[in-house]
Ligand binder design. Structure first.
Ligand SMILES: CC(C)(COP(=O)(O)OP(=O)(O)OC[C@H]1O[C@@H](n2cnc3c(N)ncnc32)[C@H](O)[C@@H]1OP(=O)(O)O)[C@@H](O)C(=O)NCCC(=O)NCCS
Length: 150
């Protein structure tokens, strides 16, 4: 989202797959991160991006969106803990993922297999490649700011 030619907010999502024990695949979206410039926070910008994502995903006929984030914030958009639908995240202990791994079902008519969500392939990166990529930009200190969801 741009304001006066400056990017003030962004949301990212990628396609992943739920695979059940019988090998059935159902593609869906993994959403996040989302970030709003501190000056623009608390003014409804984040919700605009989240609502836009949900609308776009439904138009593209994805039956669900998943997110790993703060359950208190995302509950207001209808996200509920994914384990309630017997859906888990690959590579993470079930106890560690709940309640941060959340789901929003967009198409109630579609049967979503209760099983494991496999990350979008673009999430598989080599640490060395990430470090090389980061070197293209000026050094940034990692900080936790007040508007950050935890
Ligand atoms: C989280 C973020 C995207 C929200 O965007 P926003 O445009 O400020 O969203 P809103 O306008 O809905 O305002 C923030 C709301 O979140 C609430 N909130 C803030 N921290 C919260 C928390 N830890 N738990 C629950 N709610 C929280 C605020 O109280 C406010 O609620 P209100 O509308 O009832 O007053 C934005 O604050 C941000 O970019 N934070 C830094 C990056 C980040 O944490 N991203 C999320 C990782 S997925």
């Amino acid at each position: 989202m741009k304001e006066g030619g400056i990017i003030v907010a962004a949301i990212y999502y990628a396609i992943g797959t739920l695979i059940d024990g019988k090998g059935n695949h159902t593609k869906g979206l993994l959403c996040g991160p989302i970030a709003v410039h501190p000056k623009w926070q608390q003014q409804g910008v984040g919700p605009i991006l989240i609502e836009f994502t949900m609308q776009k995903a439904a138009e593209l006929e994805y039956p669900y969106i998943l997110i790993t984030s703060n359950p208190l914030y995302y509950a207001r958009f209808g996200f509920t803990p994914a384990f309630k639908n017997e859906i888990h995240l690959e590579g993470i202990d079930n106890a560690a993922e709940a309640p941060f791994f959340m789901m929003k079902i967009l198409d109630e008519s579609k049967k979503i297999p209760a099983e494991v969500f496999h990350h979008p392939s673009c999430y598989s990166v080599f640490q060395e490649d990430v470090e090389q990529f980061d070197k293209m930009f000026p050094y940034q200190e990692k900080r936790v700011l007040s508007g950050q969801l935890r």
